[in-house]
Write a protein that binds this ligand. Structure first.
Ligand SMILES: [Ca+2]
Ligand SMILES: [Ca+2]
Ligand SMILES: [Ca+2]
Ligand SMILES: [Ca+2]
Length: 212
């Protein structure tokens, strides 16, 4: 089935830059994941027709879905989901509630971005290995990144937690032995690694500190 191609007036240069940035950050996480022993699942049925999963992870009933095809293969890659609202006697206005992006053009969405009532980004869900399951969450406050949760070996349990203040990394926590409890801490001062804490006996508390 061919999807309708909709021109939403994207500036191609800007959009290309956006995709380069997104793909670049994907590549970094892949490198980190592979270093940690993670494996990327191969496509189960390469070449067979795929189920197109666009705006169907979240309900779109009563919402307006605008589709855009960025690579010209007639399959949408960006879904912008709007809510139509009327305030007072004003004409109804569209408010962006979600953006869904297919980064690798396989017809399946890999990034879900959620926006608040002021159309500010509040949460991002990312599928790094393109298997349809979310592997990382980014949380934002007033448009700034405050926390990242990443499942580096794709077992559906987050193992790396990154905390940010004013957009700067201040702390990293890791569950290195996969028991669901943080056992490794990195503290940063002005963006530079200051000290590392390790839990050696599994009680969730730091036993040894290493100054940098
Ligand atoms: Ca496309
Ligand atoms: Ca995809
Ligand atoms: Ca995934
Ligand atoms: Ca994990």
């Amino acid at each position: 089935m061919l999807a309708t191609r909709v021109n939403v007036g994207y500036h191609h240069g800007a959009m290309n830059r956006f995709f380069i940035i997104v793909l670049g950050s994907f590549a970094l996480v892949f490198a980190a994941a592979c270093g940690g022993g993670g494996q990327t699942k191969p496509d189960a049925n390469p070449g067979t027709s795929k189920v197109l999963r666009g705006a169907d992870r979240y309900p779109t009933e009563g919402l307006i879905v605008v589709k855009a095809d960025l690579n010209g293969d007639t399959i949408p890659d960006v879904y912008s989901i709007y809510k139509e609202e009327t305030k007072g006697d004003d004409q109804p206005a569209r408010r962006l509630v979600r953006k869904e992006i297919d980064v690798n053009f396989d017809g399946m969405v890999d990034i879900w971005r959620h926006f608040n009532e002021a159309e500010k980004l509040i949460k991002e869900e990312l599928d790094y290995n393109f298997d349809g399951r979310v592997d990382a969450l980014n949380f934002f406050d007033k448009g700034k990144l405050v926390r990242k949760e990443v499942d580096v070996e794709f077992d559906q349990a987050a193992d790396v937690f990154k905390y940010y203040k004013d957009g700067e990394l201040i702390r990293v926590e890791r569950d290195t032995n996969n028991d669901g409890r943080v056992d490794f801490w990195e503290y940063y001062e002005r963006g530079i690694l200051d000290r590392i804490g390790r839990d050696n006996n599994g009680d969730g508390r730091v036993d040894t500190w290493q100054e940098r």
